[in-house]
Write a new protein. Structure first.
Length: 387
């Protein structure tokens, strides 16, 4: 709820400044980041938004005054009450992603709500890096309440490839376009030492113009440079590389395998391996079976899939050889593609904000001035977020 600033002290020049910056009474009361986080946030705050000083007239002791001053600086997009939530876009073990409007800017965003756990800092770090590629989902901001953490993400209104594919497999030219944009997004991540570890149709979104946006960096591994590897059976069965399933050490080649599964499914309309409910059978099939290729797919596409779905990661295209030079991509102009000049094959419909009717409750837990459960360095606003 928005409360006007009234009566408690005479309106001063400072107060007028507060009002202008849309800093509300509610913010002053709200529990929040300690001054440490607040100052970090301010460092990233665009220059033209000068840091307001707090009025001197708060009641209470000096400690409380300091804390509340820090909270008062929290800009409007960094609190849940600034958003109107419309519907759930997706759920997972992590929490959920909601379609929401930042009311002050009437802008649709995807609001990812997570339990506060130290591991979410990996996603936080990946999201900041992702801002450098047009083929990765960008974050506008991050903030936290007492129990929850929030990422404010760009809304990819075209839906995921899994929903777009409901009408059946794609023509080869469409497969080529999406695969090529995914190659750009993956190569960007890998060049920054990030392995995504959950590449699947559901995590490949389309933006409003039909370009690819790889999303969900919740399972990433960082610092995988050179010969470095990581461990852990992490990802989604059916897309997971054999070395990941077998709990071996692995690197970015695991993402190239998953891309192979995505391309196979886009082109052929089914999974390359057994993909039922029995996990041991999915593993058995992934590790031992060779995929079947219908005769109607092009030899170039079959060759690409065979090279991406190599059981041995050291022989797998992506980390072994230059995938951009593969004959399947012969007609791609990579420079034009990377500058978003190639017209996407599908134009998504206009987004709808119709509420799904499911529970859209977000815990109203952000009141109270004594929060000890703070994720330090979490909150930020992307200075490029358009006003
Ligand atoms: N589902 C998960 N993340 C999303 C996003 N950024 N846009 C649209 N749908 C999503």
């Amino acid at each position: 709820m928005t409360l006007a600033i009234t009566g408690r002290f005479e309106e001063s020049a400072m107060e007028r400044k507060y009002k202008k910056l849309n800093i509300l009474e509610e913010d002053r009361k709200m529990a929040g980041e300690r001054s440490q986080e607040s100052s970090e946030l301010q460092m990233k705050w665009p220059k033209h938004h000068k840091r307001p000083r707090s009025p001197q007239t708060f009641r209470g002791g000096s400690k409380r005054r300091k804390r509340c001053r820090a909270q008062a600086r929290r800009p409007a997009p960094l609190k849940i009450s600034s958003y109107e939530v419309h519907k759930v876009l997706g759920r997972g073990s992590f929490g959920k992603v909601m379609l929401a409007t930042l009311t002050s800017r009437k802008q649709l965003v995807a609001l990812k709500v997570l339990e506060k756990r130290p591991e979410i800092m990996k996603e936080h770090r990946a999201l900041k890096i992702a801002g450098g590629s047009p083929f990765l989902c960008h974050a506008y901001a991050a903030f936290q309440s007492k129990l929850q953490a929030f990422f404010v993400l760009e809304y990819a209104s075209g839906g995921s490839l899994s929903t777009v594919m409901e009408n059946g497999p794609f023509p080869t030219s469409t497969v080529m376009f999406y695969a090529a944009e995914m190659v750009c997004g993956l190569q960007f991540l890998h060049s920054r030492g990030i392995v995504h570890r959950d590449i699947k149709l559901e995590n490949i979104l389309l933006d409003q113009n039909g370009h690819i946006k790889i999303c969900d960096f919740g399972l990433v591994a960082h610092n995988i440079f050179g010969n470095r590897t990581t461990r852990g059976r992490i990802g989604t069965y059916g897309y997971m590389a054999p070395e990941v399933m077998l709990m071996k050490e692995y690197n970015a080649a695991a993402d190239w395998w998953s891309l192979g599964v995505v391309i196979y499914r886009m082109a052929i309309g089914r999974s390359p391996f057994y993909n039922g409910r029995v996990r041991t059978m999915v593993q058995e099939s992934t590790v031992s079976d060779e995929p079947q290729y219908p005769e109607w797919i092009s030899p170039e596409l079959q060759d690409l899939l065979e090279k991406l779905l190599k059981k041995n990661p050291q022989h797998r295209l992506g980390t072994n050889g230059n995938i951009r030079e593969h004959p399947f991509f012969a007609s791609i102009n990579w420079v034009e593609l990377e500058s978003l000049k190639v017209k996407p094959p599908l134009q998504p419909r206009m987004p709808s904000t119709d509420s799904s009717g499911s529970s859209l409750e977000i815990e109203k837990d952000n009141i109270g001035c004594n929060d000890i459960n703070i994720l330090s360095g979490f909150s930020f606003i992307n200075p490029n977020w358009q006003e």
